[in-house]
Design a protein around this ligand. Structure first.
Ligand code: ACO
Length: 338
């Protein structure tokens, strides 16, 4: 679907990661792994992990407050808050409602969105449509996760991969011709079993047996997810570019989901992009799921890797299985980091 009508873009961004750092060497003392294995297979060197009393909504609020300041928008101007997360504080109320209350965003509707690591891209795509339709003017989209709360810290196959964090953006109408130019979203539910938390929902409610069986932790078929990611990352970006009337030559900066350096390199190759046009920070944060793309986007902005008029492509994949990409023509004046 090509983006017609009112131009909608990101006018402010904010991120937050907890202070506590878990290095690969720390993990060597917890499971049978090595810094060498983790760096070679994933590119991850460390990740940030919340303290036990901290929940996803706390990270979401901190990131949101920064995004509002950056956008010069007050909380009561927000019409809608969307939180993309796979690790909500609880089943309900939604994280978005908890954030709405903490921000005192009294005029905002609020809901959560579940699309795994693709959640942020799904959130930006969804939020932008409310502005395009004329219903809303300011939408806050947050990707926030505390994956550390659902990771089995005795399972070396998964515990080395994930980290905690949050990123938020404010969406608004922007100057004509700028902002979101193309979107591609997709899902293949037949692959859902490859990445899931088996118990604790309505299919397998929590019991003593499910807890004893460690069924409340994230379970993943890493090889299958890897193959899926390699396939869809490039394809999604190509489709979103096509929707924007562009091709890979147009990309100035690729902001991929930060799951694994090998997946990122493969997407870059598929898009014929040199790595200096690809933002990578998986080494510092690990896979922060729905938070990873805004964390990478803000770092790219801070490092001056995105300039006025640049074509920025967000692309992600995740649980569901899902994928998504968004092509943005960047407008510097509306995206000043403060
Ligand atoms: N340390 C040491 N050895 C390990 C570790 C570890 N942490 N983890 C696995 N191994 C071992 C395995 O047991 C296996 O040993 P074996 O050959 O004796 O059986 C060996 O290393 C190779 O395992 P593979 O799974 O084949 O390793 P691979 O190179 O495929 O890398 C990885 C595994 C990193 C998980 C990769 O498959 C991957 O990145 N997959 C995608 C994961 C992903 O992106 N998930 C996020 C999805 S997004 C979301 O919505 C949350």
């Amino acid at each position: 679907m090509s983006e017609q009508g009112v131009s909608v873009g990101i006018i402010g961004i904010g991120t937050y990661v907890p202070d506590r750092i878990l290095t690969n060497h720390d993990l060597e003392n917890m499971v049978d792994t090595s810094d060498n294995w983790i760096v070679e297979r994933t590119g991850i060197k460390k990740r940030h992990i919340v303290e036990p009393e901290v929940a996803t909504s706390d990270l979401a609020v901190y990131a949101a407050q920064k995004a509002l300041v950056n956008a010069h928008v007050s909380a009561d101007e927000l019409d809608l808050i969307i939180v993309a997360t796979a690790t909500p504080d609880m089943f309900f109320p939604s994280v978005a409602c908890l954030v709405q209350d903490r921000l005192q965003a009294v005029n905002a509707a609020a809901f959560d969105l579940a699309a795994g690591c693709t959640g942020f891209v799904y959130g930006v795509a969804t939020g932008s449509q409310f502005i395009k339709s004329g219903l809303y003017k300011k939408v806050l989209v947050i990707g926030a996760e505390t994956l550390s709360k659902i990771v089995d810290w005795t399972d070396r196959n998964t515990c080395v991969l994930f980290g905690d964090g949050a990123g938020a953006v404010v969406l608004s109408e922007v100057r004509s011709g700028y902002g979101i130019l193309g979107i591609d979203l997709g899902a293949d539910g037949s692959g859902g079993d490859h990445l899931k938390v088996p118990a604790g929902g309505s299919r397998i409610p929590a019991t003593e047996q499910t807890v004893a069986g460690r069924l409340h932790y994230l379970s993943m078929n890493g090889n299958e997810v890897f193959k899926f990611a390699i396939k869809v990352m490039g394809e999604a970006a190509v489709k979103a570019l096509d929707n924007a009337g562009m091709d890979y030559h147009s990309i100035d900066c690729l902001i991929p989901h930060q799951a694994n350096i090998r997946i990122i390199q493969s997407a870059a190759k598929r898009l014929k992009l040199p790595m200096d046009k690809v933002m990578v920070n998986v080494d510092k944060y690990g896979n922060t799921s729905a938070a990873s793309i805004p964390l990478a986007l803000e770092e790219a902005l801070e490092k001056g890797r995105i300039q006025h008029n640049d074509i920025v492509v967000l692309v992600g994949f995740g649980a569901g299985l899902t994928w998504g990409s968004c092509v943005i023509k960047w407008c510097k004046e509306e995206n000043t980091i403060v």
